[in-house]
Design a protein around this ligand. Sequence first.
Ligand SMILES: NC(=O)c1ccc[n+]([C@@H]2O[C@H](COP(=O)([O-])OP(=O)(O)OC[C@H]3O[C@@H](n4cnc5c(N)ncnc54)[C@H](OP(=O)(O)O)[C@@H]3O)[C@@H](O)[C@H]2O)c1
Length: 332
Amino acid sequence: MIYGAIVSAHMLGEVDCIMRRQYLGSSDLHVSVVGLGTWAIGGDFWGETDDAQSMQAIQTALDSGINLIDTAPAYGAGHAETVVGKAIAGRRDEVVIATKCGVVRTKDGFERNLKPESVRQEVEDSLRRLQTDVIDLYQIHWPDVDTPLEDTLAALKDLQQQGKFRYLGVSNFGPELMEQVMREMDLVSLQPQYSLLQRDIEQETLPFCRRHNIGVLSYGSLAAGVLTGKFKERPAFAEGDQRYHFYPFFEEPLWSQAQELVGVLREIAESRGKPTAQAAINWVVQQDGITSALVGCKTPDQARQNAAAGTWTLTDEEWQIIDGAYRRIFSS
Ligand SMILES: NC(=O)c1ccc[n+]([C@@H]2O[C@H](COP(=O)([O-])OP(=O)(O)OC[C@H]3O[C@@H](n4cnc5c(N)ncnc54)[C@H](OP(=O)(O)O)[C@@H]3O)[C@@H](O)[C@H]2O)c1
């Protein structure tokens, strides 16, 4: 089936060559280096979305060689999972499904909740919404300081033994918490924020993951769209849009620094006849230790464009020029 997806993309003439894939940590999940993120298609906090278009975007991503879809119950209070479930119906065997637990929607917003009874309920809800009987990668979304981690892990171990999910991952964890997890269970992946504009994990977390063969799925790889170069001036998002709250790149001085860096990315991308977004995605994917860049998209066009990043690479020299520009711009 996966081969079929690649062939259909070729027949459409939409990709240069075959999408690169890598194994996720110690698992047998062979995932595309570009993964599809579904926060935006949850339908809230991220501008306008349209479910029919979101489903087309997901199907286009699969047709373009993407086989990794990341979602979470927190995205639209389950809506993103429901849309993913509908979009992949009949194509389940082409997809590595990654979803999460531990961020629960409440009347007033979100709460972190890793209590065993909540996690048990969440996994059942996710399976139902995704229309599947097993989740490939189940990730703890954020730490919950009010619940002892060992209690959560005991519940997760039980759920894994029951066959509810295949592999465990975490998100937004540092080395210390990951070590705690690894004492109890096999940990195959970390999902941290990582992009050319957010490189904190390079200090300790990424080396830790490399040492322990933990796969890394970067989120915010396009810095919420800033690294596509499409915003000519600071966008005026509607009140409540999470992009302003979650990502700091729309505020000065980061905004102007980001624009300078986008100029360098654009120049390199244009010299290769590629869109700027693809150079930004490949810079992430080509960092040692990154397995896949998760990239959010709302339209089939974005899905097709972003998937195509996985079919070519920056040269070492191009990668270094971008890295050097980052160091120059952000050291001032
Ligand atoms: N674990 C966590 O705590 C966590 C946190 C955040 C995200 N995530 C995951 O990581 C995924 C990726 O991160 P993200 O969605 O927050 O940010 P992102 O991938 O950096 O940005 C995605 C946004 O950029 C715009 N875009 C994408 N491709 C484009 C293209 N080719 N041309 C122009 N614009 C384009 C789209 O928004 P517009 O069209 O509206 O501009 C899209 O929604 C999420 O969807 C989610 O699955 C996880």
